[in-house]
Ligand binder design. Structure first.
Ligand SMILES: NC(=O)c1ccc[n+]([C@@H]2O[C@H](COP(=O)([O-])OP(=O)(O)OC[C@H]3O[C@@H](n4cnc5c(N)ncnc54)[C@H](O)[C@@H]3O)[C@@H](O)[C@H]2O)c1
Length: 259
């Protein structure tokens, strides 16, 4: 119970990886505030997780600064402080780079990157006000490094998140605040069902690039988040840790057209 007594806030936690992080934190003795834009999903998840002693919910859109501030304010109001912030909310849109509209770009960057910046700012302000210390964890992706052409805006957002994590880590180190990121490979959530596993061929393509031979479980990302949030990771800051089943270390192949 290395996290026992700490207070955490998680965005995008009505389902998927965020929900798994909430469950893991509750199991580890953390008091948790979960937030999501999907009010019904959030309420259903809170009911499923139970634990009214240690769990609160806030409906909010991470692309709106006031909503993210409200999440942090709720943690302080309900549990007295904030120790861990998980900027997890994100969306992906599978599309050809030439089809990306201004609205697509603004929405994806607004949620995935601007929302994470708002989370870093809101959490850090509170952590500094309470005397320093704390951990901010950004949910990145292998797409921070990989170039998958049908996920261009998503990849751009996660690439930006890599630098957000590095810059914020340096800026906040004097306050003893660690800023880290987790970059999962393919994890079996609704996002993957709707945007990645768009066909059986697409699923096989991902598997052909995943040495572990399977998609990851949300709990296998949550366990990395729990480690990074704990003092076991006290000397890790500014880095992205990739639970990816070996995906990033593969040397990719491309179709060869002999001339
Ligand atoms: N599943 C994967 O394979 C995978 C891989 C790498 C990174 N990630 C990242 O992990 C995070 C969670 O992904 P997931 O697979 O659990 O996705 P998911 O779609 O299952 O869940 C995302 C949650 O975020 C919420 N959300 C969406 N827009 C929001 C907004 N504007 N404000 C607040 N909440 C919002 C959704 O309602 C949903 O509950 C994302 O940042 C994603 O990019 C996922």
């Amino acid at each position: 119970m290395k996290l026992s007594g700490k207070v955490a806030a998680i965005t995008g936690a009505a389902r998927g990886i965020g929900k798994a992080c909430a469950k893991r934190f509750l199991d580890d003795g953390v008091k948790v505030v979960i937030s999501d834009i999907d009010a019904d999903g959030l309420a259903a998840t809170a009911a499923e997780l139970g634990r009214p002693d240690a769990l609160r919910t806030v409906v909010g859109n991470v692309a709106k600064r006031a909503d993210v501030d409200q999440l942090v304010a709720t943690a302080v109001k309900e549990f007295g402080r904030l120790d861990v912030m998980v900027n997890n909310a994100g969306i992906a849109r599978n599309q050809n780079i030439l089809d990306i509209t201004e609205q697509d770009f603004d929405e994806i960057i607004g949620i995935n990157l601007k929302g994470a910046l708002f989370g870093v700012q809101a959490a850090a302000r509170q952590m500094i006000a309470q005397g320093g210390g704390g951990v901010i964890i950004n949910m990145s992706s292998v797409n921070a490094l990989l170039a998958i052409p049908t996920l261009a805006t998503y990849a751009i957002s996660k690439g930006g998140m890599k630098q957000l994590t590095s810059v914020a880590a340096v800026a906040l180190a004097p306050h003893n605040i660690r800023v880290v990121a987790v970059g999962p490979g393919t994890i079996l959530t609704d996002m993957v069902a709707s945007s990645i596993y768009t066909s059986e061929d697409a699923r096989k393509t991902v598997m052909s690039r995943t040495p572990a031979g399977r998609g990851g479980e949300p709990s296998e990302v949550a366990s990395v988040v729990a480690f990074l949030a704990s003092d076991d990771a006290s000397y890790i800051t500014g880095q992205t840790i990739y639970p990816d089943g070996g995906r990033l270390i593969l040397n990719y192949t491309v179709p060869v057209k002999e001339k």
